[in-house]
Design a protein around this ligand. Sequence first.
Ligand code: ATP
Length: 402
Amino acid sequence: EAGKIAYGLGFKLYAAGGMIRDVMLGQNSIDIDLVVEGDGIKLATAMSEAFQVKIRKYQQFGTAQVIFSEDLTIDIATARVEFYAYPAALPQVESSSLHQDLYRRDFTINAMAVCLNDKKFGSIVDFFDGRDDLDQGLIRILHNLSFIEDPIRILRAIRFEQRYGFEIEKQTLNFLKEAVRQEVLAKVTPERIWEELKHILVEKEASRMLRRLEELKVWPFIFPGVNYWEVDPVLRDLAGSVDLIKEWGFWVPTEKWLPYLIALLHWSNPETARQICERYHLSKRQTEKALAALYGWRETVAMIWKSPEDVKLSQLAKQLMTMPRESYPMLLAILEEDWIKDRFRQLLNTIMDSKPSINGKYIKSLGYRPGPVFKETLEALWQERLDGNIVNEAEEKDFVRK
Ligand code: ATP
C-alpha cells in the first residue's frame, strides 16, 4: 500500500535494513525501515491521511515515523535525489541515491533493500553482496573507516555476530581491533553506548555478547573498573536462571536488562557500581536496586544455604525483601546446584503464600490515616504469619487492631 502511495507521488520506495536481513533469514521482523527516493515527509503525510494514523516528522533529517500503534511504527528516510533529474528515466541517478543511503549503513547484511513500487515490486537491491555474507554467516563492514566513523558499530558487530552465531569477517575484525586499540569508544557519549548496551542486555545471547566484549577488549570502555572474570560464571548461567524465574512465576516484567546489569555489577565495589549507574543515567530506583543486590547477595545466599532449623522463615523473608526481584536470576545462578535452587523456589513460594490476606484497606477501615505505619504493620504481620504465630484472617485482624 505504501508502495502505491509513493508511486502515486512519483517516488520510488524501498524497504531496507534489518527487516530484509531477517526476512531472508526466515525470521519475523517488527521493524519497518523504508527508504524513499523523493520526499520522505511528503510520503509520511500521505500515509497518515490514507491510513488515518499519526506521524512524527523530523524536517532537518528528511525522515518521518508513521505510528500505527505502540509496537508498530514505520521509519521513513529520504534518499536524496536531485529533483531536476527526477523522474527522468535515468535509473543510475535514482539508484545512486539509494546506494548512498545503503552505503551509510553498518554491515553488508544490513544494507540490502527491496523495491516496493509496482513495476519492480519485490526485486532485491544488494550493492554490497549482503546476501552472500548472510549465507556464509559473515559480519562485514562496507568501508575501512566504518568503525572510526561510528564506533557504536563495534558493539553492533558483536551483537549480530552472537545473535546469529555468525563470524566477524577477518578484515572487519582487524579493523574492529584497530579501532578499539585507538580507543575510539572513549569518544562516544555514554548515552549512545547505553542505547546499544540495552539492546545487548535483552538479547537471548546477552552473556555471550558480554564475554565477546571482554575478549575484544571493549569491556573496559563500557564498564570501567568492573572485572569481567569475577562475574563470568554467573553471567553464563543467567539466561537459564531468568527462564526458571519466569517458569516459577516470580518474574516481574520490568526493564528486561536490569537482571543482567545487576549481575554484572555484583562483585564490584559499591563506588564503581554507582559510577556505572550514574554514567548511564539510571534512575534513582534502578541504581538503588543494583546497589541493594550488591550489598545483600552474600548474606541472602548464605541464609538460603542454612538448614531450615537454623534460620527463621521470617528472617529469611526479611532478608529477601531487601533484594530486588530483578536480582533473583542472579541469586539462582550463584546457588548453582539444582537442589538448592529448588529450595529457593520453595522458600519464595512459602513466603508469597503467607502474605497476609488483609491489606491497607482494612487498616483504613479502622479509622487510621494512611502513612508509614501501614507498611510497618503489614510487614510485622507478614513476619508473624511466616513464623506461624498467626494462621488465619481473624487472628490477622486481631493483630492489627492491637
Ligand atoms: P534489530 O533486529 O536489533 O532491531 P536492526 O538492524 O533492525 O536490528 P536498528 O538499530 O533498528 O537495527 O537499525 C536499523 C538499520 O539501520 C540497520 O539494519 C542498519 O542498516 C542501520 N543502522 C543502525 N544503526 C547503525 C549504525 N550505527 N551505523 C550504520 N547503520 C546503522
